[in-house]
Design a protein around this ligand. Structure first.
Ligand code: PXG
Length: 461
């Protein structure tokens, strides 16, 4: 490994960061009181090093995105080559670049036949803003301009721009910044562990799907544009729906002629053991926003795959669609995404992840014997560990998120990076990890759970 950031002055960097860096999703008062940023310097495979030389297992693959793992020079070389040829040109006004065109063709080839057009963006948030504008335009062109409403779920995460935030179902985010986009309705999330009560998962899946139909009827079916959902909700706590849920939601959308949007920003590019989460969950979407694993996070890029049903209307009747970004189809990002996809295909990373998934499940499920673990669930290479005070009755600790925070800190102290979504510990490691690395991950998780248990023992039933 050729480390260019080895000789940094850590103290000086942290001071500069405290003085000038406004971080996303950060309580700055707390952050500065805690001593400031952990500066990451280099990484290889699933391992990442900080400025103090700590080698950490990155069970989050960055922010659910570094699917091929860190340190793949081929991607750096693809960007270098492209930047020498053509660092930038736009894709507006009847122009394109070699990698943008090649990537549209490639992504289309990875999807079901009906997805023949790919709109490029720079992030998952932009992808979902594009979804809203495109679908509303589609219905207007179809002569049904009243179809404006999007149905989404509580605890969904679709991004942080106004439209994508409005689609998301995070109450704490909605509480900041005033009015949300009108015309978004939220229904219950298919989270059996938290909301299932005495129902079986299968019964609860049908109940959660019924909430979609109830809301369609309450709003008026002729006013609903689309249902949007992550095949597996990520930031909401890796909510893997019961098997009954998605087929029923699909049936309901078809019944009322409502478009279905599968947000593949986390689930896409192999995360669930197939190329797409909609394959894993048996969904037939009309529109598919994607990002993250598209370039494994090496450069920012996202896209919206649009099915023929929609392009036929929008292309034929719509004239110019007044939408796009300066960096839509950025050539360097497209070149990197193409190289990322080449690696996933050539190294059969999706197939390998599917083959390795039962082992990941088995090792992590061993944690089910732990006194504060209420459930371990996984699907492909995404999963969660539920922290509870009473295993038998699925009872949470008081002050939701507190024990998750304690556990996350113990993970970090054990050189393990896991996210706490309230009291749900979540993981989505790179797809390339070995059995030995899974063993190491499960071992570190148990150590962090033991340390957490020691802190909260007197609260456990
Ligand atoms: N859709 C889904 C399903 C996502 O998970 C976005 C859209 C938005 O993507 P961008 O690229 O605009 O961030 C996401 C992003 C977390 C966390 O804390 C998760 C995301 C982003 C930031 C933090 O788990 N997911």
């Amino acid at each position: 490994m050729n480390i260019h950031s080895k000789n940094i002055n850590l103290e000086e960097l942290v001071a500069k960061d405290n003085a000038h860096h406004f971080h996303p999703f950060t309580d700055h008062k707390q952050f500065h009181a805690d001593g400031g940023a952990r500066i990451m310097t280099h990484a290889e495979g699933p391992w990442i090093w900080d400025g103090n030389g700590n080698k950490m297992f990155d069970a989050m693959a960055g922010l659910w995105c570094v699917n091929i793992g860190y340190g793949r020079k081929e991607l750096a070389e693809a960007a270098y080559r492209q930047m020498q040829d053509l660092p930038y040109y736009n894709t507006f006004f009847q122009t394109s670049t070699v990698p943008a065109t090649e990537l549209a063709d490639k992504i289309s080839s990875l999807m079901p036949d009906r997805f023949n057009h790919i709109f490029f963006v720079n992030s998952g948030s932009e992808a979902n803003d594009t979804v809203v504008r495109l679908i509303r335009q589609y219905w207007a062109l179809k002569g049904q301009p009243d179809r404006q409403v999007f149905i989404a779920r509580h605890r969904a995460y679709h991004g942080s721009t106004i439209a994508s935030l409005s689609l998301g179902g995070m109450d704490s985010m909605h509480a900041q910044g005033g009015a949300m986009l009108p015309g978004v309705e939220h229904v219950i999330e298919p989270d059996w562990f938290q909301l299932g009560g005495d129902l079986t998962p299968e019964e609860f899946g049908l109940k959660a799907a019924q909430a979609v139909e109830d809301r369609i009827l309450a709003v008026g079916a002729d006013k609903v544009a689309a249902f949007i959902g992550e095949p597996i909700q990520g930031a909401g706590g890796v909510i893997i729906p019961p098997v009954t849920y998605w087929p029923e939601v699909q049936r309901i959308c078809k019944k009322y002629g409502i478009l279905l949007v599968a947000d593949e920003v986390i689930c896409g590019f192999g995360r669930t053991g197939n190329w797409w989460g909609f394959e894993t969950m048996g969904i037939e979407p009309d529109v598919v926003p994607m990002a993250k694993g598209m370039s494994s996070g090496y450069l920012p890029i996202g896209a919206v795959a649009v099915s023929d049903k929609i392009t036929e209307v929008v292309f034929d009747k719509g004239g110019e669609f007044y939408h796009g970004y300066t960096y839509s189809g950025h050539p360097a990002s497209c070149a990197v995404a193409l190289e990322n996809i080449r690696i996933i295909e050539d190294e059969k990373l999706v197939e390998k992840a599917a083959d390795m998934a039962p082992y990941l499940h088995e090792k992590m499920s061993e944690l089910n014997d732990h006194p504060i673990v209420g459930e371990v669930r996984t699907k492909g290479f995404i999963g969660a560990v539920e922290l509870v005070s009473d295993k038998k009755n699925r009872v949470r600790f008081d002050d939701l998120g507190r024990v998750g925070g304690i556990c996350r800190n113990h993970c970090l102290a054990h050189n393990l990076i896991m996210r706490a979504c309230w009291d749900t510990m979540v993981f989505s490691p790179p797809l390339c990890i070995s059995r030995a690395e899974i063993d190491a991950f499960a071992g570190l998780t148990r150590a962090a759970l033991d340390a957490t248990y020691a802190d909260v023992k007197n609260e456990v039933a």
